[in-house]
Design a protein around this ligand. Structure first.
Ligand code: ZN
Length: 327
């Protein structure tokens, strides 16, 4: 690679996940001319990866790799391999002859969220967790622009997760409207909002930390990259979601302190408005919230379909297309 003579017929291939720290000399023309970003696999990619890992496993006839592929946006090849391995382990532990849809669904929760732990026994903590998760689940069901609810549970998971409320995933790419992002923010704030509505402001706890991080991230995205706020049509930050490529070390913003303050104000305004809306909807359906919590405390996990039925007995539920079919 000295550049003095052309070594025709020699192709040098290299891989890195830190292209940002490569020496400029290495990237000059004639050295590495093509750069190919290997991103997370899309639906077709996931399906092919699943086929490879399913080869040496016995799957029940009802299991469809297409369905699994559709429900796993955001998972990398290693995650998909581990998904099928976990499912195989669960199958053996349950003394079944072939991996069924139940094992796949449980394995997916393990891979995406964490290992289940013993159910909560502390009744106060369990009750608060139930209200928090019902807050998310109810808003996700009643708001017209969010993805449909897949399940809500208060079985704790490893990593300090007390419970979760998950949606049927949409393909990772796709045009998100302003209305959809706002509804996602509102549903994400639903957990904390429900705690406040039910237990009062003094009783909210530290369980909403990751919710608030997600809200801030989405609101910042709206203000600084998508031109969806009063700050107008400008992008002051570029997408740095490729953190695994080391771009988080690069300066991500080069705007003035004044603009930074205005961005912060927009983020706070979005979060504030959505929080008010979340509280309002939950207050409006207070008896339903109690009813749903009762059911969740008793059964610990409710799937999306059951949940929608319970809600529909009290109020109108907006219709949403189910992107990934049910396991
Ligand atoms: Zn939450």
């Amino acid at each position: 690679m000295d550049g003095f003579q052309g070594n025709t017929g020699v192709i040098v291939i290299a891989a890195t996940n830190r292209p940002d720290v490569l020496d400029a000399a290495l990237l000059r023309p004639g050295r590495f001319d093509r750069q190919i970003l290997v991103d997370y696999p899309d639906y077709k990619g996931r399906l092919e990866i699943l086929k490879v890992h399913a080869r040496n496993k016995k799957l029940d006839d009802s299991v469809s790799l297409e369905t699994i592929a559709r429900r796993t946006p955001g998972l990398a090849g290693a995650d998909l391999a581990s998904l099928l391995n976990e499912a195989a382990i669960l199958t053996a532990r349950r003394h079944k002859g072939a991996i069924g849809n139940l094992e796949i669904a449980d394995a997916l929760d393990r891979v995406k969220i964490g290992m289940p732990k013993r159910p909560l026994t502390d009744s106060i903590e369990k009750c608060k967790t139930a209200y928090h998760e019902i807050g998310h689940a109810l808003l996700q069901t009643l708001l017209p622009n969010t993805d449909p609810l897949d399940k809500v549970t208060i079985v704790p998971r490893s990593g300090g997760i007390m419970g979760f409320s998950a949606s049927v995933p949409d393909e990772e790419v796709g045009l998100e409207t302003r209305a959809k992002i706002l509804d996602i923010i509102t549903a994400t704030l639903g957990g904390r909002a429900c705690e406040e509505v039910v237990f009062g402001r003094e009783e909210v706890d530290d369980g909403a930390g990751s919710d608030l991080q997600k809200v801030t991230r989405l609101a910042r995205l709206m203000a600084t990259q998508l031109g969806m706020t009063d700050l107008g049509l400008a992008a002051w930050e570029s997408p740095n979601n490729e953190v695994f490529l080391g771009r988080d070390l690069m300066p991500t913003n080069d705007y003035s302190e004044d603009l930074a303050r205005r961005i912060d104000r927009q983020i706070r305004a979005i979060a504030g408005e959505c929080y008010t809306k979340a509280k309002h909807i939950l207050q409006e359906h207070r008896p339903l919230v109690d009813r749903l919590v009762e059911e969740l405390l008793e059964r610990e996990t409710l799937d999306g379909e059951e949940f929608r039925k319970l809600v529909a007995a009290h109020t109108a539920v907006p219709e949403k297309p189910l992107v990934g079919a049910k396991f």
